[in-house]
Structures are given as C-alpha cells and as structure tokens.
Design a protein around this ligand. Structure first.
Ligand code: AMP
Length: 397
C-alpha cells in the first residue's frame, strides 16, 4: 500500500477522505473525538508542505438531498480547529460539490484547510456514482484516503474517485497505514485463545463477519441487540427486543457451524428489560427465559457480565466490536462499561473496533489499558475476517 510519504505533494491541492463520523450525545456534543484526533497527523503533514487541503467525510445517515443540520459537519470543523491548534480558520463549505464548495476551494491558499459538508447529503456518495466522484476529484491533484473506518464501503469518495488519479497521485494517509499494519501483524499469528466479543444492533452487517470469523477464533461472545436474533433462533421468547426475523435461520447456522468447529459460543443469560425504549420507564433484571411479552432487552444483565468475564479469563487475544446494550442511556450502559473493565483487566492483547465501542471504552476510563483502539468497526472486522477492503483495493489500481 502506497502511503502519502511516497508522493510528491509539495504545494499541491490534496483531497483527504477522513472518517469524522464521531459519536454525539443528545445535545449534539461530540462525546469521543478520537477519529478527528487520528486524522491530525496526515492533515498537519499536508499543512507543513504548503498544500491546499480539502477534507471530506460522511456523517451518519442523512436522507440524500436533505441538508438537515443535525448531520452537518460544522461541529467537526470547530473541534478540528481547536485540535490542530492553528491560528487560521478552517473553511467550511455549505455543500458538498455545489457553488459554496467550488468557490471556497478555488480561493484556498497554501496551508489552508477546507471541510466539505457531509458527503452523504449527496445520493451519489453511497451509490458510488462516477459523476459525483468526478466532481469531488476535480477539487484536487492528489487523493489521500485516511478514512479507515469507511474503507469497507464501496462509496464514491472511497472507490469511484480513485479512477481519476493515477498511481503517483493517490495513496493512504498515516492513520490508514497504522491501522492496516497493526491488523496484519495481529492476524499473522494471533496468540490463543482468540476471543471475539460482538455486540451492537445491526445483525445484518455482522452475520457474514461472524461466519468468516468462526474458523479463526476460539470463542465468540455475543451481546447487545444482535443477541436477541440468536436467542430467538434458540426458541426463546424475547418480547419486543430488537430482532431481525429474516436472519434467524442464518443465526442458527452460525451456532451449528460454531459447534462443528469447536468454537465456544456465548450468549447472554439475563437482560435488563424495559417496558419501552426509554430511560424513564420501569426496568427489571430478568433471566432470558422470563422476558415478559411486550418488554424489550436493552442491556445484558449481571449474570451475563459474570459469565462473559469467566469466558474471557484465559483469553490471549480479544477483539471487541459493538456495545452490550443501549449504552447511550445511563440505565442501560452498565453491561458495556463492565465489559470494557473486564476486557481491560485481562492480560490479553486487546483490540477495540468501532466508534461506539471506542466511546464506551473512553467513558469507562479504559483507553490506556487497551492495546489498540481502531477507528474502524466494520472495516476492522473485515480485515480480521480476511476480506479485502474496497478502499484498499482502490488505492492499488
Ligand atoms: P452498531 O452500530 O451495530 O455497532 O450498534 C450500536 C448501537 O447498538 C448503539 O447505538 C446501541 O445503543 C445499540 N444497541 C445495543 N444494544 C441494544 C439493544 N439491546 N437494543 C437496541 N439497541 C441496542
């Protein structure tokens, strides 16, 4: 993988695809700016070489064409400015490839930084549209991909855009280089037992990952909303808990495959259940077998925390991706916080992936105890699975 250091960027217009998809609280405050801090090295490198810098990122999932303020990158520009500790302003475009972006990009001077608005305001981004990519590419002479967290997606700013730059004009940024190097080292020969802890809500995105992970790991621990699809597959009544009914068969197949491969598979044995998806409601701690009709599991319970801690005891390598519950609400955050503490206390090499999970580790005060906190959730899982990342492939061509 070519990195930015191998390119001649002096004084050039450089487009840097970053991953500024940072978690925010209910008031819109950035709760974990790791992804912004991780981008600083590449940005500073370009500032020091008198480049005109155009930064781009997606932020969450706005409806394309609708410029809703809550998805704007303005707060990111402010945080970036304070982290870069530079006197000059960061210019913020009001659109992605429209008049504001074009006009501001054309006025950039050496060392100036312009941040485009949320790439996903434009439908062309997720559609990997060549015309949209061409417009993005027209801003710059050099393309740098430093968005490790978005590299598993074949989107215009990751994939199609690279068609407009030859090998001497595109490369990976420093963050990307660091992430990829770390994972290739770990995966070459993981020290065993190798345990994967997977949580979060999106079952659909993670089942394929689990299937690919099974031959590589010794134990799998499942928590979060995705656990309920597996629990339902085992015949449990799960009330109104999050479930993806069309994936129940696939979840069963994964458990059968785990058994065949001798991979130990752990699911929650109890849950914090609530009458509705809110903090201000009645909450009970119940065994999985006793979830009342109409109630929903929003965190793993204390018995599951204990079980998972036992399962982690002899681990030598742990990857953790996805919170154990709705950690954004205090009442349902204990399972995730305890998981962070328990992982931090092992003697294993510990790798945390994904914005939410990194946020949990930060809130739990365990950042320094983890071996590596990756800025990419889906992307790091894909690397561990051994699946090639579109963003890396695109840089090769
Ligand atoms: P993901 O994006 O798939 O990693 O999922 C992260 C999200 O999963 C977080 O925002 C959590 O609030 C959510 N989550 C975790 N556990 C549950 C649960 N039991 N029910 C609903 N959502 C959950």
């Amino acid at each position: 993988m070519k990195t930015i250091k191998e390119l001649d960027i002096e004084g050039k217009r450089v487009f840097i695809r970053c991953d500024f998809n940072v978690p925010k609280d209910e008031f819109g405050n950035i709760t974990d700016d790791r992804r912004i801090r991780s981008a600083l090295q590449t940005i500073r490198y370009c500032i020091d070489r008198d480049c005109k810098i155009i930064l781009a990122s997606h932020y969450e999932r706005p409806e394309p064409g609708k410029y809703e303020e809550k998805f704007s990158l303005v707060p990111v520009a402010k945080r970036l400015h304070s982290l870069l500790k530079i006197k000059r302003d960061i210019f913020m475009a009001e659109d992605v490839v429209g008049e504001s972006a074009i006009s501001k990009a054309s006025k950039l001077e050496a060392g100036d930084v312009l941040l485009l608005e949320n790439l996903r305001y434009e439908a062309g981004e997720t559609e990997n549209d060549p015309d949209f990519a061409k417009k993005l590419a027209s801003f710059a002479d050099i393309y740098i991909n430093d968005a490790f967290g978005a590299c598993h997606r074949k989107h215009a700013s990751i994939d199609a855009i690279t068609e407009y730059f030859d090998a001497e004009h595109k490369a990976a940024g420093f963050l990307m280089g660091k992430e990829v190097n770390f994972f290739s080292k770990i995966l070459e020969k993981p020290i065993r037992p190798f345990v994967a802890v997977v949580g979060g809500s999106k079952v659909s995105g993670k089942l394929q990952a689990l299937t690919n992970l099974l031959p590589k790991v010794d134990k799998v621990i499942i928590g979060g909303g995705m656990a309920f699809t597996f629990l339902k597959a085992l015949g449990h009544e799960i009330g109104n808990s999050l479930v993806e009914d069309d994936l129940i068969d696939e979840a069963s197949d994964i458990m059968i495959k785990a058994k065949e491969l001798g991979v130990k598979f752990y699911l929650p044995v109890d849950a914090v259940v609530a009458a509705e998806f809110s903090e201000n409601t009645t909450v009970k701690f119940l065994p999985i077998q006793e979830i009342p009709e109409g109630w929903m599991g929003l965190d793993i319970g204390p018995a599951s925390t204990r079980l998972f801690r036992e399962a982690l005891n002899d681990a030598q390598t742990i990857i953790w991706n996805g919170p154990m519950g709705v950690y954004e609400m205090d009442r349902y955050s204990k399972g995730s916080m305890a998981m962070s503490n328990n992982i931090a206390q092992t003697h294993a090499t510990t790798i945390v992936g994904g914005g939410d999970t990194a946020d949990v580790v930060q809130q739990a005060g365990d950042v320094d105890e983890m071996t590596f906190i990756s800025t990419g959730g889906g992307a790091s899982l894909k690397l561990i699975e051994g699946v090639s990342l579109p963003g890396l492939e695109a840089l090769k061509g």
